[in-house]
Design a protein. Structure first.
Length: 96
């Protein structure tokens, strides 16, 4: 399962527009919000092709960027985003 940019942004503590702006500034997205290096970054960013049929124009296509689960951590590193560690859970074996 891959995340849309809108779904990935909260995982990084950003809004969709801020995520896109930072990814463009870093050179990860082009002006169409598609990966600049789709082969190099294929484990982290994927180009998704959507298609639908229009009665007058026939088959139509649209493209968007998806972020893989491994891409969330990779994006945090690329964009220098500090992600808080998950809260520690108490060890049930420790008894007072």
């Amino acid at each position: 399962m891959a995340y849309t940019l809108k779904e990935a942004a909260p995982h990084l503590g950003l809004t969709r527009t801020k995520l896109i702006a930072r990814m463009r500034a870093k050179g990860l997205l082009d002006s169409s919000n598609l990966p600049v290096f789709p082969v190099r970054d294929r484990l982290y960013l994927q180009k998704y092709e959507g298609r639908w049929y229009h009665d007058d124009l026939g088959l139509q296509y649209s493209y968007s960027t998806r972020v893989t689960p491994a891409g969330i951590r990779w994006l945090a590193e690329q964009l220098s985003i500090e992600r808080p560690a998950p809260p520690a859970t108490p060890d049930p074996r420790e008894v007072a």
